[in-house]
Design a protein. Structure first.
Length: 304
């Protein structure tokens, strides 16, 4: 079975949060957390909307991200920023399928597609994608789970309170970490019921999706609590507005704030980092992961 991201891999012994399967490929995230490079084939994404809406530009940007060190590409054709307008299925397909088809010929890294529509997922999987990143966690399209189950693709299940149209109106939680973890556990069970094996599931607390600043900070601070779910955790903090709130900077100037959030997310157990600035964040992840693993081996030396 093809393996990426791990040198000496044994799925028999590795903890279940260290790897997942996507169309028969083992994707390991133990030795170093993985970088998922974002390619928005959209007109209105909050950071890069309009830059890569042409399929040639999108392909060339994706190839560039792979050169910069992306371990996974995540292609999206519908913005999920607060208040974004929905994109019709035909338009989403027209934007995504040519890009997925071309990239599947030209890259060896897994291709993920950020969509909530089962027909878009099916066509993207047929064109060569192997991961579906569903920000609705299989709730908005009743066919989504069976499309993914049949294909053997991996799925990212993300938490969101509300919808992109309503999510930032008045998000409320008693205990944000417990509620988000409970939601992800419930969605994971629903996915398994629908025929998706647990080994194909990645979980994401959904930073910025129906959360106030304090909720995002609490989730990141207590990210290690999600280890009990026993699946790899994906985190998307890249240039998001909570960083803008903290550093009082526009979206173009949030890379340093992003770097801090990525480093701490790695330290608290994130295994996949979804980012726009691949070269920069690949360095951040390498250094944070090396310090983290040193911490473990120092502890082992002490215990021995
Ligand atoms: N964030 C965005 C989009 N998709 N998927 C997952 N799993 N996790 C995230 O945090 C996440 C996501 C928002 O970022 P971006 O794609 O750059 O913006 P937009 O939705 O405006 O296109």
């Amino acid at each position: 079975m093809p393996v990426i991201g791990m040198d000496r891999f044994s799925s028999q012994t590795a903890p279940h949060s260290d790897w997942f399967l996507a169309k028969g490929q083992i994707i390991g995230c133990r030795d170093r957390p993985l970088i998922m490079g974002v390619v928005n084939v959209t007109t209105d994404s909050f950071y890069d909307g309009g830059r890569y809406v042409d399929s040639k530009q999108a392909v060339s940007h994706a190839l560039d991200l792979v050169k910069q060190g992306a371990d996974i590409l995540d292609l999206g054709a519908e913005s999920t920023r607060p208040g974004a307008s929905p994109v019709r299925e035909q338009e989403e397909l027209a934007r995504l399928v040519p890009v997925v088809t071309e990239l599947a010929r030209r890259v060896t890294v897994p291709i993920s597609v950020d969509t909530t529509k089962s027909r878009v997922a099916q066509c993207a999987l047929d064109a060569g994608a192997s991961i579906i990143n569903d920000v609705s966690a299989l709730r908005w399209d009743p066919e989504m789970a069976s499309v993914i189950a049949r294909s053997g693709a991996a799925v990212v299940l993300m938490h969101m309170q509300g919808t992109p149209q309503t999510m930032q109106h008045a998000p409320q939680y008693e205990d944000v970490v417990a509620e988000v973890a409970g939601f992800l556990d419930e969605r994971m069970h629903a996915a398994v019921e629908a025929g998706i094996s647990k080994t194909h599931i990645v979980l994401d607390p959904g930073i910025g999706f129906g959360k106030l600043l304090g909720h995002n900070l609490e989730l990141l601070n207590r990210l290690s609590d999600f280890a009990s779910l026993d699946r790899p955790v994906l985190i998307g903090v890249s240039r998001k507005s909570f960083i803008g709130r903290l550093v009082a900077r526009p979206v173009e100037q949030r890379e340093w704030g992003t770097a801090a959030a990525v480093a701490l997310a790695v330290d608290r157990g994130a295994r996949i980092l979804r980012v726009h600035d691949v070269a920069m964040m690949a360095d951040v992840v390498k250094v944070a992961a090396a310090i983290g693993s040193r911490k473990c081996s120092a502890r082992q030396e002490h215990d021995a």
